[in-house]
Design a protein around this ligand. Sequence first.
Ligand SMILES: NC(=O)c1ccc[n+]([C@@H]2O[C@H](COP(=O)([O-])OP(=O)(O)OC[C@H]3O[C@@H](n4cnc5c(N)ncnc54)[C@H](O)[C@@H]3O)[C@@H](O)[C@H]2O)c1
Length: 424
Amino acid sequence: MDKTIAVVGLGYVGLPVAVAFAQKFKVIGFDIDEDRIKQLKQNYDQTCEVAEQALLDTTIHFTTKKDVLKQADVIIVAVPTPIDDHNTPDLTPLIHASKMIGEILQPGMIIVYESTVYPGATEEVCIPILEQQSNLKYNESFYVGYSPERINPGDKQHTFDTVKKVVSSNNPDIGKELAQLYEQVVTAGVYVAPAIKVAEAAKVIENTQRDINIALINELAVICKEMHIDTVEVLKAAKTKWNFLPFSPGLVGGHCIGVDPYYLTYKAQTIGYYPEVILAGRRINSNMAKYIVAQLVKLMIQRNIPVHGATVNIFGITFKENCPDLRNSQVFTIIKELKAYNMTLQIHDPVADKTLALSLCDIELLTETVMTPADIAIFAVGHDIYIDNKANYLELVKPTGIVCDIKSIFDVKDILKTQYLWRL
Ligand SMILES: NC(=O)c1ccc[n+]([C@@H]2O[C@H](COP(=O)([O-])OP(=O)(O)OC[C@H]3O[C@@H](n4cnc5c(N)ncnc54)[C@H](O)[C@@H]3O)[C@@H](O)[C@H]2O)c1
């Protein structure tokens, strides 16, 4: 095919999308972050989503120069859509990207937004900016589509090409054209949603559904804890029913599951509906880090471990397993709470980027070789390296210490009889 595809925003989503399209098309990879572009040109991806060899092999033209984008037939936008301190959507990167694209927009171009947004954002926010900046008319001189992204960083099974892709446009011909385009690179196939708003809403409900289901199981875990029932055993038993959904309790961080529901609740409130269930789920999940620390402190007092000056080893700081992403990691809340009790922490995470952890989060990551056994070991993230080397890491807990197993990676038999296994 002779089409040129540009991808704007080369992060966890944009880079794999660009690499996939580059196997069939001429691709321009644009980012405003000069360091990121420099690293990619040197075949290094700090998100660990694309291997060095794949970057060596790719023909992507990486650039920070917006004028290069004028050569594109289709521009895919994958910039971040975070929330602010008040849990309100922060559309700044999306607005900036739309302004920039509007400045270089050429007649006939198709702009496809992949960033997660609330239903209506593409039509209410992005398209008017594109029209204003370009002086071109939407659906006459340029076209817009929306294709929510389902990439799951750290997961080598559910990747860009192996998961069905939803595409949409309010112009049926463009919808068809986009379907044909994505079908070239998504082997799992494409589903054409009938309108942009439908595809936007489908994406936020996918993540909101997960958030609420995890909140339900977190609430169950809190109830079980009060009743001295082991939640892990309860879930094992319940999962034997054919239609029981296999969710587990835990921390919900990151920039998707803990963020996207707020996009939906924000929009709902602007149209006069106050969401009950979604916000209740968010509250439960947001409180889990503090709940865990409160439970640990209670347990320490019961087991005669002095709280002030206690030593704690933390294993895992990323927001999910096998992925270096630190955004909105709830482990930071755990660290902050433990420090407020004057505990001494040693923090370990071989998956996280050491330099970023220090510069962004002021966390010095240690290797296990310099760590000493602590009163408490908190296994916060289920990285494969912890699961595969359980016994080695358990040596970093004192014989009378507490193992706090947030991801339920241990079995009671893994722990010494003199130790205590606490899990959600
Ligand atoms: N990471 C995921 O797991 C995931 C999964 C599905 C959907 N999403 C959604 O995809 C979107 C992108 O997420 P991400 O995780 O890839 O973010 P990211 O932070 O990893 O990457 C975003 C990239 O965009 C660049 N950028 C920011 N502003 C820009 C601009 N104005 N112009 C050009 N580049 C700009 C940044 O420098 C960065 O490299 C978000 O809306 C997110 O919600 C993410």
